[in-house]
Design a protein. Sequence first.
Length: 116
Amino acid sequence: QVQLVESGGGLVQAGGSLRVSCAASGRAFSNYNMGWYRQAPGKEREFVAVISWRTGDTRYADSVKGRFTISRDNGKNTVYLQMNNLKPEDTASYYCNAVGFGADYWGQGTQVTVSS
């Protein structure tokens, strides 16, 4: 059974940093794209960043480019999102996503709150 478990969210002041993690289990993810999405109250879920587990290629939403970095640790089967220079508008629930071979998996989310 595939599981994506996020952790590392919390409360931080504007300008601060947080790193959220996504521990993946239940299958080999070497040919999957691993992504982070976020959803703020009253808004639709939006794309944040994605990484190819096999190649390490990355892509970011314009709103986070230069501030957020997505990475993966093959040995730990974990994907990270390092978030720097956080802004109040980054406040949202952050969700891990795995896509590959016609499958689409989601974690339960972790809350990130940025105070001004």
